[in-house]
Design a protein. Structure first.
Length: 186
């Protein structure tokens, strides 16, 4: 019996708009719920300041720093008519100069590299809510805490694996896809 070769995975030059909306919807929901969880968790001026600082950090690293620092070196910046999974290649072309594809891996180099900021934006609210749950327990904070963890798991186990990285034209050179073993076509 002969085994049929697996069909090659489709790489998107333009991600379907539904995928882009899902990616950004999950990202924004994570940040907003995370910020709300911090504010509700501490119920004080301290929590409010922490929650607001977190929201500013999360949105700036994703929607300002990424199109300025990371996207100019990405293949989607240069591909005609392209739309990447975050849609940030469109913003990047408007606000940043063309970069160098050889520097794309720099996104994962150094302590303050964009990858670390991105991971921090996902993990900070979870870490920040743990003490709040001990000091000032409430069911609503617990619910938000669980929801943010669920969004994180959804991102890593479904969004990256089946929607984003798996169809990405940059995955062969992307350190994130390599780390998640999603960089090959099979
Ligand atoms: S492989 Fe994944 S993390 Fe890397 S650029 Fe593509 S979508 Fe982004």
């Amino acid at each position: 019996m002969t085994t049929q070769p697996k069909p090659a995975l489709k790489l998107f030059t333009r991600y379907p708009v539904a995928y882009v909306l899902l990616y950004n919807g999950v990202t924004i929901a994570h940040y907003v719920l995370g910020g709300i969880g911090i504010v509700l968790g501490y119920e004080s001026w301290f929590g409010t300041i922490l929650g607001v600082l977190y929201l500013v950090f999360a949105f700036v690293q994703m929607y300002v720093l990424m199109p300025v620092e990371v996207c100019p070196n990405c293949v989607y910046y240069r591909l005609d008519g392209s739309l990447c999974i975050s849609g940030m290649n469109i913003i990047s072309r408007r606000i940043a100069r063309n970069g160098d594809p050889r520097n794309f891996a720099n996104r994962a180099r150094g302590t303050l590299c964009h990858n670390n900021l991105y991971i921090a934006s996902l993990v900070i609210p979870i870490i920040a809510m743990i003490p709040a749950l001990f000091i000032n327990f409430s069911l609503i904070t617990l619910f938000v805490f669980i929801a943010v963890i669920a969004l994180l798991a959804f991102r890593f186990f479904f969004l990256f694996a089946y929607i984003a990285c798996i169809h990405c034209r940059a995955k062969a050179v992307c350190p994130n896809a390599k780390q998640m073993k999603l960089s090959s076509d099979s």
